[in-house]
Unconditional design. Structure first.
Length: 587
């Protein structure tokens, strides 16, 4: 067991009100200096959940609901400084899943109050716009709510803790624990990383060793491109029977605009300008309460031109006359970015395995046509929890062996969640295969027919494979920011609240240090300088005048785009020290 010191240290991380940075048990990967004879602190749980987003919190709450008065020990670890700190979403939420999980959420004070009142889908030209009809499609938002997902997660965290869930922010997993070999291999928990490792990779006087959180079932709810899920998928071959994943990058700002321009409940989505026809993407603008406006841009990461810059495209978009009219005289309060899973049904990996399961955006339950995933994340957490609890109930008293929640798959396929993503399975690959015009026509038909087409399209290639050679494209000159509606990158990064201990090794790791210059710079024109929405990657000259890649890891907003889009898959995103990273909350 953990012991008094280790347990008290872990419990010190429990809080919701204010972010706290814990040096203990950070998610930084284990020090290479550790002797194989050293043993980490260990604690045992019935269930460990990795990730404090909507799916992980919903799984925790559902487990406690099912357990009732029974003794069921559930721990949830979250790498952000507080629950909600790393959560970024639009967001318009379909409330059906929340109502299933907590029927009296209104009476309990959930931060869900602004109903969608106006709903528009436009096709933008540079100066004008055309309305795209949405009748008969899943794009309509009547009955949905405009929310801050970070605030909702903070509230869900409070509900979970009141029910007895052990919620630990500022702690993330860096290693999956296994037992057995071959066909008998099982997941038995996670390990958190060591903290107090200096830039040189050596232990500092502040060194604290990580610990093991062992469980009968470990539920991975890390969100898009989870670092542990990536390890799992490779080791357990979870993607053997599905197509490659597809991703997008979402960039978002939160504004406060003049009251006379604010229209609470307005929901706007757009396609077209400034994205060229070969790019899958578009915008959103949501008028929340208190003169706040969430505005953002999403770009599919399967684009070919290495000179495309999603961040600058977003800044350019805000100068469209329709958008600029809302923003003029307003103030940009926050900025952030996050990758999102767009692969849909075809790209779902195996959801369960001995000792664990995948839920939420880690699995990929986003409905790309609705541009929504919160309801599906919550539902997936509930379904998984029900399967886990059923299996735990079958165990004899005292049995601590890992369970296999295989019924999760059956529950998923028999639920409205499966139907929700089955109906839109052809939307994303329609754009990849047939471009913007073909994609609009086919996805519109698919939406109208509720997915009842006699075929299922495939994704043509992975996002990193799609990147073309620089010699085949021309450089793009984007407009310079005006400092009022559009902003330079570093100004916006400062609005993300991101913070990292500078005296630690970079959490963005190169598998081969020669690839950036020899391949990315010389052949692709340095695309990482453009696809990163935080200025992390920068080519600089050394003392001999030779180019080298500089990694400004303290800028990182944890979007995971580099891990996805790098053509040679040479960049591994790993968690930095616990509590490091952005502070989104309202985002």
């Amino acid at each position: 067991m953990l012991g008094a010191f280790g347990r008290s240290t872990l419990l010190a991380g429990r809080h919701f009100a204010q972010p706290r940075y814990l040096s203990h048990f950070s998610p930084y990967p284990a020090s290479e200096e550790r002797s194989t004879s050293e043993e980490r602190f260990s604690d045992d749980f019935d269930v460990v959940i990795v990730g404090g987003g909507p799916s992980g919190l919903s799984a925790a709450i559902r487990l406690k609901q099912l357990a009732g008065d029974k003794d069921l020990r559930v721990a949830l670890v979250e790498k952000g400084a507080s629950i909600g700190a790393h959560i970024l979403s639009g967001a318009v939420m379909q409330p059906n899943a929340l109502s299933e999980l907590i029927p009296d959420w209104k009476d309990k004070g959930a931060p869900v109050s602004v109903e969608a009142k106006e709903d528009y889908l436009f096709y933008f030209t540079e100066k004008g716009k055309f309305t795209i009809p949405t009748w008969g499609t899943p794009l309509q938002n009547h009955g949905n709510y405009l929310i801050s997902l970070g605030q909702l997660c903070a509230w869900l965290g409070e509900q979970a803790e009141e029910m007895g869930v052990e919620v630990y922010p500022s702690i993330a997993g860096t290693e999956v624990l296994y037992e057995g070999e071959g066909a008998d291999e099982k997941v038995v928990g996670i390990a958190t990383g060591d903290s107090g490792i200096g830039k040189d990779g050596k232990r500092t006087p502040m060194f604290t060793e990580g610990m093991e959180l062992r469980a009968k079932c470990t539920i991975f709810a890390e969100g898009c491109r989870g670092s542990l899920t990536k390890q799992l998928s490779e080791r357990l071959n979870l993607r053997a029977d599905c197509q490659d994943p597809a991703f997008g990058i979402g960039l978002k700002e939160l504004w406060e605009i003049p009251p006379e321009k604010h229209r609470e409940g307005l929901v706007m989505h757009s396609m077209g300008w400034p994205a060229p026809s070969e790019i899958y993407g578009g915008s959103f603008m949501y008028h929340q309460a208190n003169n706040k406006v969430a505005i953002g841009y999403v770009v599919g990461l399967d684009y070919k031109n290495p000179y495309y810059n999603p961040y600058k495209m977003f800044q350019q978009f805000k100068h469209h006359p329709y958008i600029a009219d809302f923003l003029e005289g307003g103030t940009c309060l926050k900025y952030g970015a996050r990758a999102l899973s767009e692969g849909g049904l075809q790209s779902l990996p195996k959801l369960h395995f001995p000792g664990g399961a995948l839920i939420g955006d880690t699995a990929g339950f986003l409905n790309v046509m609705k541009i929504k995933g919160i309801h599906n994340a919550i539902k997936s957490g509930m379904l998984c929890a029900e399967s886990v609890f059923e299996n735990l109930e079958k165990q004899e008293e005292g049995d601590t062996s890992p369970i296999h929640p295989a019924s999760y798959e059956t529950k998923f396929k028999n639920s409205w969640l499966y139907k929700d993503i089955w109906e839109v399975r052809n939307v994303r690959p329609a754009f990849s295969n047939y471009g913007q015009v073909g994609g609009v026509l086919l996805s519109g038909l698919s939406g109208f027919l509720k997915g009842n087409l006699p075929f299922t399209l495939s994704h043509p290639e992975t996002d990193h494979e799609a990147t073309g050679l620089a010699k085949d494209f021309k450089e793009i000159e984007y407009p310079k920011p005006d400092g009022k509606i559009s902003f330079d990158l570093l100004t916006n990064v400062s609005r993300s609240g991101t913070n990292h201990n500078e005296d630690q090794p970079a959490h963005l790791r190169l598998r081969d240090s020669s690839i950036p210059v020899e391949h990315n710079l010389n052949k692709l024109g340095a695309p990482e300088e453009r696809f990163c929405p935080a200025g992390v990657y920068e080519y600089v000259e050394d003392e001999q005048g030779e180019k080298r890649l500089q990694i400004n890891f303290s800028n990182c907003v944890h979007c995971k785009t580099c891990d996805i889009k790098d053509q040679k898959q040479n960049i591994d995103w790993t968690p930095p020290e616990g509590g490091n990273g952005p502070l989104y909350m309202e985002m």
